[in-house]
Design a protein around this ligand. Structure first.
Ligand SMILES: NC(=O)c1ccc[n+]([C@@H]2O[C@H](COP(=O)([O-])OP(=O)(O)OC[C@H]3O[C@@H](n4cnc5c(N)ncnc54)[C@H](OP(=O)(O)O)[C@@H]3O)[C@@H](O)[C@H]2O)c1
Length: 405
């Protein structure tokens, strides 16, 4: 059965492609037009993450790249090419999307909602009736911060933390409507927050924790010199003593500017290794679909405590974060900058759990992954010495990955 994949150059899509190539001789890559050669970018990913040379050398023969724009009718393809691609498919994986947690709703709808509509139209046009595998997110559960989110639930009763969540929720509604209208099966895969221990590299896609780290750093810089570790931000320090001397590696924990962030000390977040998520998704796709929409929470069996995430962010942004119940009345300069990202900081207050009974029933304990700890997360966020300076097209560095992808 021939498969097509959207978003194959993305953080998750690259891992999905890797897993799909385990079982498929070739894959049609529906890449974004104007983003540079998808084949080169995909090849570079496999080089950087330690894939065997024979594997990367075989990619040009195994990948058929079709340049598309998700936001356009017929994915921006001519009528003829659209039909030809559709007729060649036995399954279509839709992983492309915008994960811009700071984006506005119209922008996110263009990619996440209209993009899904156009992919579903491609699936509807195919004479072999390709099965749709739609990559959604566990965060369609929205702004309900406590309790349990179940795989069968899909409602907007609690609203959303940000426009990203809403656009993904609306895309799932579309998949349900499409399945009903055409009497066709669809598989909805809802991963939680995806992470990796592969260090950042300019030629690799970024991931959500990197975005949060960048925002914290920018907030610190935007807030000016008082927040640069040269003294406490007095509004946030509550009159505590001024910082002492800095060590050779910059301010130590006691010297960092303090920031109050709304969050829950018993909060927890679900973080899952991206490689494991891709493996679970492809295994789930191997099951015979029920005929309607089958939805799966692709999540870790153990949540990460919010204080662990806070420790990580404190280290990376050289801040001290105090979790508080409500937004401070007189925000410090750094806190005022962070207030621009309410849809992001909200996650520190989350205490809900994602139920994945259906996945466990199908895959058993082998669906469970290794713990996600501080060292693992540090590795995926700290650029190793030299890795960021590596010039493009240099041979793969063994240090980027301890093991093949
Ligand atoms: N990352 C996570 O933690 C996470 C968690 C839950 C769910 N998800 C879902 O997983 C999916 C993949 O996320 P990701 O982390 O891989 O995101 P990503 O790294 O940002 O990759 C997005 C992919 O979509 C493509 N794309 C974006 N706009 C497009 C357009 N207009 N036309 C064609 N292609 C377009 C991008 O192409 P270019 O490379 O050319 O830009 C890229 O291949 C998304 O649907 C996301 O909602 C992700």
């Amino acid at each position: 059965m021939h498969v097509a994949l959207t978003g194959a150059t993305g953080f998750l899509g690259l891992r999905l492609l890797h897993r799909l190539l385990d079982t498929h001789g070739s894959v049609t890559v529906l890449a974004r037009a104007g983003s540079g050669s998808a084949l080169d970018r995909i090849t570079r990913f496999f080089e950087l993450t330690g894939a065997p040379t024979a594997f990367t050398a075989g990619l040009p023969a195994r990948l058929r790249v079709v340049e598309t724009d998700l936001s356009l009718p017929r994915l921006g393809l001519s009528r003829r090419t659209f039909q030809k691609v559709a007729d060649g498919l036995g399954a279509i994986w839709h992983s492309a999307g915008s994960i811009n947690l700071e984006g506005d709703l119209p922008e996110l709808r263009r990619t996440n909602l209209e993009g899904t509509r156009h992919v579903l139209e491609l699936a509807a046009a195919g004479r072999r009736k390709p099965v749709v595998h739609h990559v959604s997110t566990a965060f369609v559960a929205g702004a309900r911060r406590e309790g349990v989110a179940y795989e069968d639930e899909l409602d907007d009763a609690s609203g959303f933390e940000n426009a990203y969540e809403q656009s993904k929720y609306e895309a799932e509604l579309l998949v349900h409507a499409w399945s009903r209208q055409h009497g066709r099966p669809a598989v909805v895969l809802r991963p939680s927050i995806l992470v990796t221990d592969v260090p950042p590299h300019p030629e690799l896609p970024s991931h959500p924790l990197m975005v949060i780290e960048r925002i914290l750093r920018e907030a610190r810089h935007a807030a000016g010199p008082t927040s640069q570790g040269q003294g406490r931000d007095t509004a946030a320090s509550g009159g505590r003593p001024e910082a002492g001397e800095h060590g050779p590696r910059g301010p130590g924990p006691a010297d960092r500017p303090r920031v109050r962030a709304v969050g829950h000390p018993h909060g927890r977040l679900n973080l899952l290794q991206v490689e494991h998520a891709a493996e679970v998704m492809v295994r789930l796709a191997g099951r015979t679909p029920s005929g309607g929409v089958d939805t799966y929470h692709v999540v870790h069996d153990r949540d990460v405590p919010v204080p662990t995430v806070v420790t990580l962010l404190e280290e990376l942004a050289s801040l001290s974060i105090d979790l508080v119940a409500t937004r401070p009345d007189a925000p410090s300069a750094v806190e005022a900058v962070l207030d621009f990202y309410p849809g992001l900081t909200a996650y520190l207050a989350h205490r809900r759990r994602f139920d994945d009974t259906r996945v466990r029933a199908l895959l058993g304990p082998s669906g469970v992954s290794a713990p996600v700890g501080l060292d693992y997360l540090r590795s995926g966020l700290n650029p190793r010495a030299g890795a960021l300076q590596e010039s493009p097209r240099t041979p793969p560095r063994a240090s980027l990955s301890a093991r093949p992808v």
